[in-house]
Design a protein around this ligand. Structure first.
Ligand code: MRU
Length: 371
C-alpha cells in the first residue's frame, strides 16, 4: 500500500496546514483559500480567508504565509482563485488571470518556488487557451493543477524526511535556522521533515532552534511546531550557535533553502551563511533540505540569486518596539547565500546529494521532470 504523505493527523505537525483550498459550499458560492496567519503565531492561531487572488498576494507580501514551497503553493491557489473571479469571455478571462500571475510574481523575489509554481500555472493556462477550452473548464483544470502542486509538495517533503532520517542518530543535537517546517510547505517541512519522521520512528534528537532575527521565524514558528509535536528543543539567540557548537552540544546542522543555484550555492534565511561557516570550523556537517522545485538550474552560482531587502524598521525595532535611536540607518537583507563548499549534502525528494553538486542537482531535477 502506498505510504500516506498527506498532512499528518497524529500530533506530528499537529495536522495544521499553511494554505488550504476550500471548494464552494454551494453552486452560487466561490472557493476560498484559508491561510494560517504566520505573523500572529505562536500566541494567536488565526486564519485569513482569501476570496480574491489579491488577498493571497497581500498575504505573501506581508509574510502571513512564508517559506519557499508554501508561497509557491499559495501563489498557485491565488491563480486558481483569479480563474474563478475572471469573466467568462475567453480573451478577457486569460488577460485577467495573466494580470494576476504577473502581480503574484512581484510579491517576493528570492524563493524560486514562487516563480516555479506560477510558471506551471501559466503553462497549464496556455495549453487550455491553445485548445480554446471554455472558462468553466479552465477553472476546473487550474484549480486541479494548484491542488496537485500542494499535494506533490507534501509528498516531496515526506520523501525528504525519509531520505534525511538516515543522516541522524539517536541523541544528536541538531541546529536549525529559520522555519522550514510544515508551516513553510504543503506538509512535513523540509529541514524539519527528517526530525519529525525520526521522532515518529522513536529516534530522539534534541533540536537547537535559532531565534532568527529579525522576523523570529525560529522563536515563533519552529519552536511552536516542535513543541506541538513533543520534540525536545531549546531556543537560542542566533549569536549563541558558536558557543553551543564549541561545547559539543550540536552534532548536525539542517536548514531549508529558498533557491539553490546550479553549482549548489544556497540562498536561505539571513544568518544561514554564518551558521555554515561556524559549523565548518567545528567539523559539524551542514545539510540543506529542499524539494527540486527550489533548485534553479538557470543560475550558475549564488551570486546571481536576487536577495530580498525588507523594511529596516524590523531591525531598528523588535516586534514593533523601537530598540535603536530614532533615525538610525539600518539594512535588512532577508536572505544570504551560503557557498556550496560549506554544504555537506543537499537532501531532495530524490535522495541525498553530495558534492560535486553540479551534476548531482542536474540529474535530480532531470529525474523529476521525467516522471
Ligand atoms: O522569509 P521567509 O520566512 O519566507 O524565509 C523562509 C526561509 O528562509 C526558509 O528556510 C526556506 O524558505 C525554506 S522553507 C521549507
Amino acid at each position: 500500500m502506498a505510504e500516506d504523505t498527506s498532512v499528518p493527523s497524529d500530533g506530528l505537525t499537529a495536522g495544521y496546514a499553511a494554505v488550504v483550498w476550500n471548494s464552494p459550499a454551494g453552486p452560487a458560492d466561490l472557493p476560498n483559500v484559508a491561510i494560517l496567519d504566520q505573523t500572529r503565531l505562536p500566541h494567536v492561531v488565526d486564519v485569513v480567508v482569501a476570496r480574491s487572488w489579491k488577498t493571497v498576494a497581500s498575504a505573501i507580501r506581508t509574510m502571513q504565509v512564508r517559506g519557499a514551497p508554501a508561497i509557491g503553493i499559495a501563489a498557485a491557489m491565488g491563480v486558481a482563485l483569479a480563474a474563478h473571479e475572471a469573466p467568462d469571455d475567453s480573451s478577457r478571462f486569460h488577460a485577467f488571470v495573466e494580470d494576476a500571475c504577473a502581480d503574484l510574481a512581484t510579491t517576493r523575489p528570492t524563493a524560486v518556488n514562487l516563480f516555479w509554481a506560477i510558471g506551471r500555472m501559466r503553462r497549464c493556462l496556455s495549453a487550455l487557451r491553445a485548445r480554446s477550452a471554455g472558462a468553466d473548464e479552465c477553472r476546473r483544470v487550474v484549480e486541479a493543477e494548484a491542488l496537485s502542486i500542494s499535494r506533490e509538495d507534501a509528498a516531496s517533503c515526506h520523501a525528504i524526511g525519509t531520505h534525511g532520517m538516515s543522516l541522524f542518530s539517536a541523541g544528536d543535537g541538531v541546529l536549525t535556522h529559520c522555519n522550514a517546517g510544515a508551516l513553510a510547505t504543503g506538509a512535513w517541512g523540509t529541514a524539519l521533515a527528517p526530525i519529525f519522521l525520526s521522532h515518529r520512528a522513536g529516534v530522539r534528537l534534541h533540536v537547537f532552534v535559532d531565534e532568527t532575527r529579525p522576523f523570529l521565524q525560529g522563536a515563533r514558528l519552529t519552536a511552536w511546531e516542535l513543541m506541538e509535536a513533543g520534540i525536545d528543543s531549546t531556543l537560542i539567540t542566533d549569536s549563541m550557535a558558536a558557543h553551543f557548537m564549541g561545547q559539543g552540544a550540536i552534532q548536525k546542522v539542517i536548514v531549508g533553502a529558498d533557491r539553490i543555484a546550479a553549482n549548489g550555492d544556497v540562498a536561505n534565511k539571513i544568518g544561514t551563511y554564518g551558521v555554515a561557516i561556524i559549523a565548518r570550523e567545528h567539523g559539524i556537517p551542514v545539510y540543506v533540505a529542499a524539494p527540486t522545485s527550489t533548485v534553479d538550474l538557470s543560475l550558475a552560482s549564488g551570486r546571481e540569486i536576487p536577495i530580498e531587502m525588507r523594511d529596516p524598521a524590523e531591525v531598528t525595532s523588535f516586534r514593533g518596539h523601537p530598540v535603536a535611536p530614532t533615525g538610525m540607518h539600518a539594512l535588512h537583507p532577508a536572505f544570504d547565500v551560503t557557498p556550496a563548499k560549506y554544504v555537506t549534502a543537499i537532501i531532495t525528494e530524490v535522495g541525498v546529494h553530495y558534492p560535486p553538486f553540479g551534476p548531482a542537482l542536474a540529474s535530480a531535477v532531470a529525474s523529476t521532470q521525467a516522471r
